[in-house]
Design a protein around this ligand. Structure first.
Ligand code: GLN
Length: 550
């Protein structure tokens, strides 16, 4: 089976195109198909790695170390299909390879143009997702941007050509639009009609419309939309505003039989649908009792998307623990002075004391001291703590400064001249002078020590998690750190890098649950299978909260 589904959007952005595409993927998987998801991004950056999280949300990392758009994170949470470098296409990547081929003389003297050269490059990249895994049934291609944007024209043109070449049973167009409400709740379909017209001008007749709307569309409205757009009445669906969770969307589309209509259009026999995992997610969601407050201390706190996978992983953990997680987003700059900690984290905090602290990944010097203070506060007050990547390095710095009393303990990322470089570049540790772009990206094996929180969480000795960092626990301090009580909880495969540390469970510095990991477990977390570390962090928070008297 070689099927393509192109998902485009109209009227305006932020309609939930990524969630709609992912939900379609989830439902086709529930019907037994092997689905691969692909994102086409019209921006000119080659990848998202160089973009500020404030501009574009988090950078999502794949197993093979690609730094991609956060939409791939949605795909990973909704579907099982493998995601790699090939699953993210940008205008930058497409032009980069066409220009390279031109320089190499591969176009044999021809004039190189958007059509056919750029569109051919896009098409061959879409096809390569098929070739990567030979059991692929369907590739779902999400086209970023809104129809009418200059930037997305080549991608839509490639889609038009593929629909023509492969035929409309093999290449389907799903178009997402907005139904607006005016006055006293009157629903307006005109923007949707115009959006479909824009698609038709490009030469694509949408097969399926998904209308984002404040409420479920009634039959009369759907008939009207169908009449104006040449779309079959049974192919007009609603994506209603919901106040539950995005993970209800597959069920909402399932109730409308969206995937059945899609299968019929593709000429694929419908098999038994297994949507039990999604029902279980909603069962957990509705069973949540009580609430814990998690202080997330970082530096891109104003934009929720900056830490998208992290917040999703906390939500998955809240589902599995059946307790609500309230995110308390704290800009680490405000914790620069330790005296502030009680007013921001403790009993005097506006919404009350936080029950757990998470310090996420990050780069650069700003806000570091505030994070160190947050870790120190959690350690002394026996508040559960999870440190991810930078958050683990922060634990090391706090331990150096406040337990070992090396007041200048630091990472060489923030203070290259410190006498106590407790976190440093591996190259510095072995005295190599010319270190280049040595970021450690993608999946690496981690070997876990017995008797640790992390071994209890994963229940496995060897795990595979994704990395994105340069700096490391400095091996020269291994002895002093562990002699003073800090647990070295996991290492890389050859034992040369410390991959996880924990605050001790007994002795002077006894603490209920404090774990730092150099990798990013949030990227693999799913609504029906929370990351084991996030799950156990929230379980520890729940337990600590129950024992704490306000
Ligand atoms: N800046 C740190 C490093 O490069 C941490 C990176 C991260 O948290 N992703 O090692």
């Amino acid at each position: 089976m070689n099927k393509f589904i192109f998902v485009s959007g109209g009227v305006c952005s932020s309609l939930g195109k990524g969630i709609a595409a992912s939900s379609i993927g989830a439902l086709l998987e529930a019907r037994g198909l092997n689905v691969r998801m692909l994102k086409c991004d019209p921006y000119i950056n080659v990848d998202a790695g160089t973009m500020n999280p404030y501009q574009h949300g988090e950078v999502y990392i794949t197993d093979d170390g690609a730094e991609t758009d956060l939409d791939l994170g949605n795909y990973a949470r909704f579907t099982k299909g493998r995601l790699s470098r090939a699953n993210s296409i940008t205008t930058g990547k497409v032009y980069e390879s066409v220009i390279r081929k031109e320089r190499e003389g591969q176009y044999l003297g021809r004039c190189v143009q958007v059509i056919p050269h750029i569109t051919d490059e896009i098409k061959s990249r879409i096809l390569s997702v098929f070739k990567e895994e030979n059991d692929t049934d369907v590739v779902i291609i999400e086209i970023g941007g809104t129809v009418g944007d200059i930037e997305s024209v080549p991608f839509l043109e490639a889609a038009r050509q593929m629909i023509h070449e492969y035929g409309r049973t093999n290449a389907i167009s799903v178009h997402l639009t907005l139904i607006t409400e005016v006055g006293s709740g009157e629903l307006k379909t005109k923007p949707t009609q115009h959006s479909v017209k824009s698609m038709q001008e490009i030469g694509i007749q949408p097969d399926i419309l998904i209308c984002r709307s404040p409420v479920m569309l009634d039959e009369a409205t759907r008939r009207k939309i169908a009449q104006f757009t040449n779309v079959d009445f049974d192919s007009v669906f609603t994506s209603p505003n919901i106040d539950t969770t995005i993970y209800e969307m597959p069920l909402i589309f399932f109730d409308q039989k969206l995937e059945l209509v899609l299968l019929k259009k593709m000429g694929v026999e419908s098999r038994h649908a297994d949507i039990k995992p999604w029902n279980t997610v909603m069962k957990h969601f509705n069973a949540r009792k009580g609430k814990v407050r998690i202080g997330v201390v970082g530096k891109y706190m104003e934009l929720h998307d900056s830490y998208k996978s992290l917040f999703e992983a906390l939500f998955h953990a809240s589902l599995e623990n059946e307790i609500e997680v309230e995110l308390v987003k704290i800009d680490s700059d405000t914790l620069e002075k330790m005296e502030n900690a009680d007013n921001i984290l403790g009993n005097n905090a506006p919404g009350g004391r936080v029950n757990g602290i998470l310090v996420p990944g990050g780069f650069g010097e700003r806000g570091i001291n505030g994070m160190v203070n947050a870790a120190g506060w959690a350690r002394k007050n026996k508040v559960p703590y999870l440190g991810i990547c930078l958050g683990m390095q922060i634990m090391i710095i706090d331990w150096g400064r406040n337990v070992l009393n090396w007041t200048d303990a630091d990472s060489t990322e923030f203070n290259p001249n410190t006498k106590h470089p407790v976190v440093s570049l591996l190259e510095e540790q072995v005295n190599i002078q010319n270190y280049g772009g040595t970021i450690r990206l993608g999946v690496y094996e981690t070997v876990i020590e017995d008797g640790t929180h992390i071994s209890k969480a994963y229940k496995e000795k060897q795990i595979q998690e994704r990395h994105r960092h340069r700096y490391e626990f400095s091996n020269q301090y291994r002895n002093e750190m562990s002699a003073s009580g800090l647990k070295l909880a996991a290492f890389n495969a050859d034992g040369t890098l410390v991959e996880s540390i924990e605050w001790p469970n007994e002795g002077n510095h006894s603490h209920p649950w404090g774990v730092g990991v150099q990798f990013h477990p949030e990227y693999k977390s799913k609504p029906m299978a929370a990351s084991p570390l996030f799950r156990d962090f929230i379980a520890a928070v729940k337990k600590a909260r129950a024992g704490y008297k306000e």
